[in-house]
Design a protein around this ligand. Sequence first.
Ligand SMILES: [Zn+2]
Length: 211
Amino acid sequence: MKLLAVTDKVVDFIYSANLVEKFADVDMVLSCGDLPYYYLEYIVTMLNVPLLYVHGNHDPPVEYTASGAQLTGPGGCTNIHGRLVQEKGIAIAGLEGSIRYKPAGKYQYTEPQMWRQALKLSPALLRNRLVTGRALDILLAHAPPFGIHNGRDRTHVGFKSFLWLMERFGPRYLLHGHRHVYNPLEVTETQYEGTTIINVYPYKVLEIPDE
Ligand SMILES: [Zn+2]
């Protein structure tokens, strides 16, 4: 299973005719958010594979097309915030947004609000563990977990509830964005218990071995 994950920044060679040639063998695309909807629609149209996403804190509640139509998300793509989905044999759950740093603004959560989102996911994850032996393969998030790849400023601090989700349900991967990486020495992959945490910025290709 080969995955293309994208987040936070439009990459020129992905948003180009080279996309199909470069990623012809990709089985699925995952987006961690903060990307214009036209970019995700381009990718899903060209690659013609499932594209699952969560919103980032900078995603507009409504994006207007040139014709004036209102979009609340990219067409042809699946918003998996707050739920567990099975796609091509992989169990993926999504949690959108970042820590709340402004009183107003969609796709921002206080830590207690994100705890509630995490707890709401739990019954589905427990059920999946009972049925398949594994609760979750991938946790798709916009923000990082607390203390891992996060920033010290209040916009980029991560969620403690994500640490609990990893401890409790042991996903194989946690994919996130939100934290832009400009320094090539910055750590973008970290192991936490049984989970490999990857900062996807601005894209990563992932080979997931079959179990
Ligand atoms: Zn962000």
